[in-house]
Design a protein around this ligand. Structure first.
Ligand SMILES: Nc1ncnc2c1ncn2[C@@H]1O[C@H](COP(=O)(O)OP(=O)(O)OP(=O)(O)O)[C@@H](O)[C@H]1O
Length: 304
């Protein structure tokens, strides 16, 4: 393992399994353009064979993430009051800390598709952002193999540019060459289904519905195999047909040797695409294990 802050004990502390890779690096990268019915758990797929090799892609070690909210509770959080404070050199009236992730540790392996579940505000998105290098760790460490890509429904492509331009922009942001983008362009547009009801790809993205934007973002991100792909609720916005297609693509990405993280409140999506689930509550890791086991425990807890 390489990267600052490495220590011999880290891998074994993080979770079960051994840390055999010599290529993991500490996560500092800024994420790129921020995204059935088949059961994956027990089948003898290529992805399952990869998982069995135990090649780590992400090591999260006792991770804590804290947000600091300036001006919280004072009722003076506006830009004008902040400017007046700066000019008068007064200190911010109050800073509230939100401890969003508390001591989470796990190791993700090549070929795994990991669902992140938990109630609203339990820290799922924050954990993904920290793994992507978008949020700093207050304490603990994150090591990743390769470049993690966070695909969120709020990921910023350029709303004033056409869908067509955004496909190119998103492709470049993910490290594809112009030639690769040209080759895959038709495939991306077709997968997104944006043109099913007319020539929408030549219109600016601001004219798209939220579902259409999410579909295009997912299609761009899914056009490339990722070392670590993190998808935050992207499937929730597409219609049923698109969801099935996306789930199929997630299974393929998993086979293409990467690791996929999927945040979702839809337990069926998680069951259909993930072989492992991490359950968070109040920023703490409640359970980490095979999909069926964790979802069963989560559903039992939520029936109370
Ligand atoms: N930018 C922010 N500033 C301050 N606090 C934040 C910020 N973003 C999230 N939080 C807080 O961090 C905690 C975890 O939020 P997070 O969005 O990670 O939860 P989540 O599990 O993804 O929730 P959901 O299922 O509702 O999307 C919450 O208490 C939330 O209020």
């Amino acid at each position: 393992m390489s990267g600052p802050g490495r220590s011999a004990g880290r891998c074994s502390r993080a979770s079960a399994g051994s840390c055999t890779s010599g290529r993991l690096r500490r996560s500092t990268a800024v994420a790129e353009a921020s995204t059935g019915t088949q059961t994956v758990g027990a089948s003898d797929t290529d992805a399952d064979k990869l998982v069995a090799q135990h090649i780590p892609t992400v090591v999260v070690d006792d991770l804590h993430v804290v947000y600091r909210v300036h001006g919280a509770g004072s009722g003076k959080g506006s830009a004008t009051s902040a400017l007046s404070r700066i000019l008068s050199k007064r200190r911010s009236p109050s800073v509230r800390e939100v401890h969003a992730v508390r001591g989470v540790s796990f190791i993700a392996y090549k070929g795994e598709s990991i669902g992140l579940i938990g109630s609203n505000g339990s820290g799922k998105s924050t954990l993904l952002k920290a793994v992507a290098g978008l949020l700093p760790a207050e304490r603990g460490s994150v090591y990743t193999e390769g470049q993690p890509s966070l695909l969120g429904v709020n990921a910023a492509l350029m709303n004033d540019l056409t869908g067509e331009r955004n496909v190119i922009l998103g492709g470049l942001a993910m490290g594809m060459t112009q030639e690769e983008i040209r080759t895959r362009y038709d495939e991306i547009v077709e997968f997104s289904g944006i043109n099913e009801k007319g020539d929408f790809i030549s219109l600016p993205m601001r004219t798209y519905s939220s579902g259409m934007s999410a579909r295009l973002r997912f299609s761009i991100a899914a056009a490339k195999s990722h070392d670590v792909l993190m998808i935050d609720e992207a499937l929730a916005t597409g219609d049923a047909k698109f969801q099935r297609r996306s789930e199929q693509r997630i299974r393929e990405l998993r086979k293409e040797a990467g690791t996929v993280f999927l945040v979702s409140h839809n337990n069926k999506s998680i069951r259909d695409t993930c072989n492992r689930v991490i359950w968070l509550e109040k920023g703490e890791l409640m359970m980490d294990g095979p999909t069926d086991e964790v979802i069963k425990a989560y559903e039992k807890e939520n029936k109370r």
